[in-house]
Structure formats: structure tokens, C-alpha cells
Design a protein around this ligand. Structure first.
Ligand code: UD1
Ligand code: CA
Length: 452
């Protein structure tokens, strides 16, 4: 039986923020939420999250019935923090300790640690750092781990040790709870150090075995905004590498952001400075131009998004062309081979196959048939100040430029609407409908001239 304790009660002073550190986002989601997700992937019995600083903000932000929140009212050290959860740990099981501000640990690394703990050992995750400053040092005697000494308690010789404690460890729960009861705060920081259990294990003849992550970034924590930005880049770099591995071209993997799930087909090409959030799916051969925002969007094979588009909650058909400078809002559904051009906004509307709205239009609450041409400047007047109404345009209709379609209204299949019309009544199929003042010429009319 596995229990996981995530420590997240600390203050995070260096963030200089009203928001508790573990709630600062990485790739759009709170740091602690990532740790919780990794924890759950290990199929534990319970996940405990120890919170304190920032009060209820942490439990409120992470509201989740499968998490057990444990309050550490006063932050008296990592040992004290784990002890708050001790009465609820399952006897006879294994406990894994994680940190709410260490977001990128891989599941495989933790699985290895757990396998070691299941042999009855205390499994410690350690790494060698070129600059170990600030970390607890792994003190070995005859090659074996003897204890951990914190930076503030270390002598000159110990400070030179480059193998550091990542803080992440796993061990048999019954051992842990017994050792937690024996911790003292007799140290430089007057804290109950979780790390002191290592010396207790050695003393009790329990093997202490170290494991090492494949990558150093797996164990890096966030203490400042600069570190948060660095880990954000690491994470985005990892995602970029995975996409390229799967056959996606990124013109610059360093200028690429996914804050959600991005699923790509083969031969997708993504230009620089695009942000993908929510659930985004790009079919085979889709091209996304520079500087686009895509949120909860599905794009079918061969479609092309030109630069500077803002797309949200939209479905785009195969080989469609969108942008530059297009805005698709929730409920926009574009048929295959359709075109949506610059400064066109589409909301809760369907465009049939091959339909075109190439310039400066608003199409909202509408159903537009196949092969329809919507002229520049056309507006669906969908809102009467109180309610929204629908516009229906049949297949092959041609809407002249600068038409106002005052909904509810229907334009029949194959109808033509003269440019500049204000259409308030249904326009019949196949006919030309105009609704504008007739053009007149006054022969011989003279412009007034200024009196002298
Ligand atoms: C700790 C380790 C150190 C290790 C380092 C890795 C101890 C005594 N030291 O040091 O060996 O190299 O982490 O980063 O464990 N926390 C609580 N309640 C508390 C104190 C801390 O929840 O009372 C949480 C913090 O929110 C943080 C984590 O525990 O997420 C680590 O605490 P921190 O004070 O940063 O420990 P370090 O001094 O960095
Ligand atoms: Ca720390």
C-alpha cells in the first residue's frame, strides 16, 4: 500500500507574491497540481497535501475529493510537516514524500525509488551538482550514506560535498512514523528536519539506498520567479522535443508554448510564438503561422492557419484557410475548403464547404451553406439588445459587400444580395434582393461656391 505526502506549507518568500508559491502556474496549471497529477499516476492509496502558509487558498485552488488536505498551522520544518500526516498513513505500507514546488519529476524516477523502498530500505533521491549551495549534503562513510547535513549546519568539509539531497524519498511507513517521533529541533534553524531520519535509519541498521533521476531538472524546485521561468522553458522544451520526435516541424522550439494538450498528426508545421491551450488537435499537414493563439480547437488535415489568428472553441475542416488576423470564437465550425480572411469574426456559426468570408465581417449565430460568398464588411445583426437571433444562408448564395443581415432572417439558396443592403426580411432563393436607396444623378447640379 502506497501513501504519498506532498509538502506545500512553506512560505515561498522569494516569490514576493500574495499567491502561495505552489499555486503559481507552470504551463498554465498550478505547480502543486502537477505534483498531484504525478502522484496519482503512481496509483497510491492516499495522497496527502500538507498546506499552511496562504491559509485556505491552496485547498480551494486544488479542490479535489481524492486529495486529503492536512494543515500544518506553524511551519516547524519538513519533519514536522510530514508528521502532521503521520496518523493517517496506512500501517505496513510505503510512504513517498514529494514537494509541491518541484513540478517536473518523472514517474519512472519515482517508480524506481518505490521499488527500492519496497525492499524495506530507505530510498533517497540524490544528484551531484556542480554548485550544491543551499541543499542538504549526502555524507557518506566508506561509500555508504551516513547522514544528511543541511547547508546551515555543515562544516567546511561537508560544504564541499557535491552529492545533494533532493528531498524526495520513500520508505516503509512504520519506520517513518517511529523515526518522526524521535526527531528533535536541535540544529541551526530550530526546525524538525525530515533529513535527520537518515542517521536514525543507519543507527537502526536499515539500509539507505540512493537513486538518481535521469535528468537534473526533475528535482529542481521553484523558489523565485526566475526559477519558475527556467522550469517553464525546460518543460516546454521537453514537449517540443516530443512533438518533433513524432514528426512535427517547429520553426523554433524555443518559441513555442503548450498550456494544455496538443495532439498533432504528421507533417504539422508550427511557426514561432504560438500558444496552445486547452485541448488542441491538429490533423496531418496542418500549418499554423506565426503568432497564433489556439484554445480548444480541432483542425482537420491540410488546413492552414495564417499568422496572427485567435481561435477559441472552433472546429476547422480539412484544407480550410484561416487568417491572417482572423478571430474564431466558441461554436465556430468551418467546412472543408472554406476561407476565413482578415478581420473576420465568427461565433456560434457554421460555414459550409467552400464558403468564403474573406474580409472584415462578423458572422454570429448563423448557418451558412456550402460555396456561399460573404462580401467584405458583411455583418449578421444577431442581437436586438435583449435576445440573440439566427441568420440562415442557403448554399451558393452571394452576399454583396457591406450587407447587414438583421436576424432572424433567411437568405435562400443561390440568392444574391446587392451590396450595401440592410436585409430585414427573408430573401428568396435564386433571386437578386436589394434593400438600399436607389442611386440618382441630378444633371447639371453645381457645387455651391464661397461668396466674396
Ligand atoms: C530541504 C531539505 C534539504 C534539501 C532541500 C531540497 C530538510 C530539512 N532539508 O531543504 O536537505 O536539499 O529541501 O530542496 O528537509 N515545508 C513545509 N513545512 C515546513 C517546512 C517546509 O511544508 O515546515 C515544505 C516547503 O513548502 C517546501 C519543502 O517543504 O516545499 C522544502 O522546504 P524548504 O524550507 O525549502 O527546505 P530546504 O531548506 O530547501
Ligand atoms: Ca527549498
Amino acid at each position: 500500500m502506497l501513501d504519498i505526502v506532498i509538502l506545500a506549507a512553506g512560505r515561498g518568500t522569494r516569490m514576493k507574491s500574495d499567491l502561495p508559491k505552489v499555486l503559481h502556474p507552470l504551463a498554465g496549471r498550478p505547480l502543486a497540481e502537477r505534483v498531484v497529477r504525478t502522484a496519482k499516476a503512481l496509483a497510491p492509496e492516499h495522497v496527502f497535501l500538507v498546506y499552511g502558509h496562504g491559509g485556505d487558498a491552496v485547498p480551494r485552488a486544488l479542490a479535489d475529493e481524492t486529495l486529503t488536505f492536512v494543515l500544518q498551522a506553524e511551519q516547524m520544518g519538513t519533519g514536522h510537516a510530514v508528521r502532521q500526516a503521520a496518523p493517517q498513513l496506512s500501517p505496513g505500507g510505503i510512504t513517498l514524500v514529494l514537494y509541491g514546488d518541484v513540478p517536473l519529476t518523472r514517474r519512472e524516477t519515482l517508480e524506481e525509488l518505490l521499488a527500492v523502498a519496497r525492499t524495506g530500505a530507505l530510498a533517497l533521491l540524490t544528484v551531484e551538482l556542480a554548485d550544491p549551495t543551499g541543499y542538504g549534503r549526502i555524507v557518506r562513510q566508506g561509500g555508504r550514506v551516513a547522514r544528511i547535513v543541511e547547508q546551515k549546519d555543515a562544516g567546511a568539509e561537508e560544504l564541499a560535498i557535491r552529492e545533494i539531497n533532493t528531498g524526495i524519498l520513500a520508505l516503509p511507513t512504520d519506520r517513518l512514523t517511529a523515526w518522526l517521533d524521535r526527531l528533535t529541533n536541535d540544529n541551526a534553524q530550530r526546525e524538525y528536519y525530515l533529513t535527520d531520519i537518515v542517521a536514525l535509519a543507519v543507527n537502526d541498521g536499515v539500509p539507505v539506498i540512493t537513486c538518481h533521476p535521469a535528468h537534473t531538472w526533475e528535482i529542481l524546485g521553484v523558489n523565485s520567479r526566475a526559477q519558475l521561468a527556467e522550469l517553464e522553458r525546460t518543460h516546454q522544451g521537453n514537449r517540443a522535443a516530443a512533438l518533433m520526435e513524432a514528426g512535427v516541424t517547429l520553426l523554433d522550439p524555443a518559441r513555442f508554448d503548450v498550456r494544455g494538450d496538443l495532439v498533432c498528426g504528421q507533417d504539422v508545421v508550427i511557426d514561432v510564438n504560438c500558444v496552445f491551450s486547452g485541448q488542441v488537435e491538429l490533423g496531418d499537414g496542418v500549418k499554423v503561422g506565426a503568432n497564433c493563439m489556439l484554445q480548444d480547437v480541432t483542425i482537420a488535415a491540410g488546413a492552414e492557419i495564417l499568422p496572427f489568428c485567435h481561435l477559441e472553441g472552433a472546429r476547422i475542416g480539412a484544407h480550410a484557410r484561416v487568417g491572417p488576423y482572423a478571430r474564431l470564437r466558441p461554436g465556430a465550425v468551418l467546412g472543408e475548403d472554406s476561407h476565413v480572411g482578415n478581420f473576420v469574426e465568427i461565433k456560434n456559426a457554421r460555414l459550409g464547404a467552400g464558403a468564403k468570408a474573406n474580409h472584415l465581417s462578423y458572422v454570429g449565430d448563423a448557418s451558412v451553406g456550402a460555396q456561399v460568398n460573404i462580401g467584405a464588411g458583411t455583418i449578421t445583426c444577431n442581437y436586438d439588445g435583449a435576445n440573440k437571433h439566427r441568420t440562415v444562408i442557403g448554399d451558393n448564395a452571394f452576399i454583396g459587400s457591406n450587407t447587414a443581415l438583421v436576424a432572424p432572417v433567411e437568405v435562400g439558396a443561390g440568392a444574391t444580395i446587392g451590396a450595401g443592403s440592410v436585409i430585414t426580411k427573408d430573401a428568396p432563393a435564386g433571386e437578386l434582393t436589394l434593400a438600399r436607396a436607389k442611386q440618382a444623378t441630378i444633371p447639371g447640379w453645381q457645387r455651391p461656391v464661397k461668396k466674396k
